[in-house]
Design a protein around this ligand. Structure first.
Ligand SMILES: [Fe+2]
Length: 227
């Protein structure tokens, strides 16, 4: 077992922020897809591009947890984490399976506007496993992360997503996350970023998400799911 390094422990509030954003967008997705008139390629492209973006955000989020979080918890938490981490990994597999199905169906639907019913059904399935997973992660895993993972290590989760997201997409992704985010948490997430990024990204992110949401959801203020 590796000793836990000195220093502050993980501040996990950014995980709640990311989960809230995914809850909101994945909850709205099946309906968005079903509402597209078969053959309406233009609308399918708008909704499809959004679905693809959110699938990428989800995939990176879980990839980060697989690489950074589970190994540390298993290594340090003894019985406490051995009881729960395998269940989380299993849920990730189930989510990955539904996610792979969605990403396989997406290009065809975007190109033709046909096959939306099947895509909406798979998105529904993905939503069900994702919601249960995030609920369990918040209840069981986040308290363990606060106990066994340092703030510096926790930061690697965000860095993983940052490194793998195309730079030009980052402000919008940040806007998706920030929409229901607590200003204090947003400030903490950006604390390490260079000055201009810290000032610009919140303003740009909000503006980009409002524009994106108007196109995708028909409103700059889609229904909130957070507390
Ligand atoms: Fe998570």
């Amino acid at each position: 077992m590796l000793p836990i390094a000195d220093g502050p422990m993980a501040d996990v509030r950014d995980m709640y922020m990311a989960h809230t954003a995914m809850r909101r967008e994945f909850t709205l997705l099946p309906g968005l897809v079903s509402d597209v008139t078969p053959g309406d390629v233009r609308r399918a492209e708008v909704v499809g591009a959004h679905a693809e973006l959110m699938c990428r955000v989800l995939h990176l989020h879980h990839e980060g947890e697989d690489h950074v979080l589970w190994p540390k918890l298993l290594d340090r938490g003894g019985e406490e984490t051995a009881a729960i981490v395998p269940a989380m990994e299993e849920q990730h597999h189930a989510i990955e399976k539904a996610h792979a199905r969605v990403t396989a169906l997406l290009p065809g639907w975007r190109a033709t506007g046909r096959g939306g019913a099947e895509l909406a059904e798979v998105l529904d399935r993905l939503l069900a496993v994702l919601l249960e997973h995030m609920r369990m992660e918040e209840k069981e895993i986040l308290p363990l992360a606060e106990k066994y993972v340092t703030a510096a290590e926790w930061g690697q989760l965000g860095e993983h997503g940052l490194a793998k997201t195309p730079k030009k997409e980052l402000p919008l992704v940040f806007g998706v996350m920030m929409y229901e985010g607590d200003p204090e948490v947003i400030e903490t997430v950006l604390a390490e970023a260079p000055g201009p990024v810290r000032l610009l990204v919140p303003v740009l992110g909000r503006r980009l998400y409002a524009r994106h949401a108007r196109r995708v959801h028909g409103t700059a203020t889609p229904p909130r799911v957070g507390t």
